[in-house]
Design a protein around this ligand. Structure first.
Ligand code: ZN
Length: 310
């Protein structure tokens, strides 16, 4: 049940044939691609066994890692708006996260407060924030951020709204609460001139290799690829097949071996001065409809590369 918290946002899975790269496309030299790994749905109910292995996998490759934590996950169905008691992060999970943040280049992000929708999915999609007043959103964001910061003794500056769903009030409340960055999807609200940074997810673990290959051919001198994954990607029932920790380790090794690829946490992008402004997201959207984007199917689906293609 809660293993599928974000499946409502699952995107098209293209056949492999559509992500193959034509041999005659030119490579752009001197490119520096940045890959960000974003894991959602860590909460008191998510598998601590899996998360121990994930944390160890990233640590063993010295690979930055952003983990989206829900501090008070609902005890009911996430897509049911009926009132339900919340389950605070348990002792074991807190200890695991404390252990994780001892490693440099690991980031704790806020992934909702309860991850419970406030409206039926049929009424515009599940959301924990969109539609609430500014005050209500500010109260929730303050509560979640303060809990994580006080419990884990780390700054929490990235907001990952459940279902990647938020509105203008969410951005105002997030900024007022002390967040610097919102990580949703590439369709999220991002007004130009916003003081916030935007790091939308662009692909899945299985799409990462092709995303990197496409990034080498984009016109952006510094493409950013944000890889989103969930506990359910590792579940037996995952489609078309579950990811394993060994496969993840192999993927991380492959990424590590790419001379033109570096890695960062979501917060780390801002620290290193990457352009993750609303304007960049705006340029990306404008370019999505361009001929090159239509010629490169991966650009518009699981292998999307976040960056200006101008
Ligand atoms: Zn989620």
């Amino acid at each position: 049940m809660r293993q599928n918290l974000n499946q409502a946002t699952s995107f098209d899975r293209l056949p492999d044939a559509l992500t193959r790269i034509p041999a005659n496309l030119p490579l752009v030299e001197s490119r520096r691609i940045t890959v960000v790994f974003r894991y959602d749905d860590c909460n008191s109910e998510s598998s601590i066994f899996l998360e121990r292995n994930l944390i160890e996998a990233f640590r063993s490759h010295s690979m930055p890692f952003t983990i989206g934590v829900t501090p008070f996950v609902t005890s009911g169905e996430v897509d049911d708006a009926s009132p339900c008691p919340a389950i605070p992060l348990g002792f074991e999970k807190i200890e695991l996260l404390k252990h994780m943040v001892e490693t440099p280049d690991t980031e704790i992000a806020l992934h909702g407060i309860s991850h419970q929708t406030i409206r039926p999915g049929a009424d515009g999609g599940c959301t924990e924030f969109a539609g609430l007043t500014l005050c209500a959103q500010r109260e929730r964001l303050d509560r979640g951020r303060r809990f994580l910061e006080a419990t884990l003794q780390v700054p929490v500056t990235t907001l990952i709204p459940p279902w990647n769903s938020y509105d203008e009030n969410t951005l105002r409340a997030a900024y007022a609460s002390g967040f610097t960055t919102v990580s949703g999807d590439t369709n999220g609200f991002a007004p130009c001139g916003s003081p916030l940074q935007f790091v939308p997810f662009t692909c899945t673990l299985v799409g990462l290799k092709s995303a990197i290959r496409w990034a080498r051919m984009s016109f952006d001198p510094a493409p950013i690829i944000t890889v989103l994954f969930h506990p359910y990607d590792f579940a037996r029932a995952a489609q078309p097949r579950p990811m394993t920790i060994d496969q993840l380790l192999n993927l991380l090794s492959w990424v590590r071996g790419q001379a033109d690829v570096s890695t960062a946490t979501i917060a780390g992008l801002g620290v290193r001065g990457a352009d993750v402004s609303a304007e960049r997201l705006d340029r990306y959207r404008a370019a999505r409809g361009s001929l090159i984007s239509r010629l490169i199917p991966g650009h518009a689906s699981r292998s999307r590369v976040y960056g200006s293609t101008r």
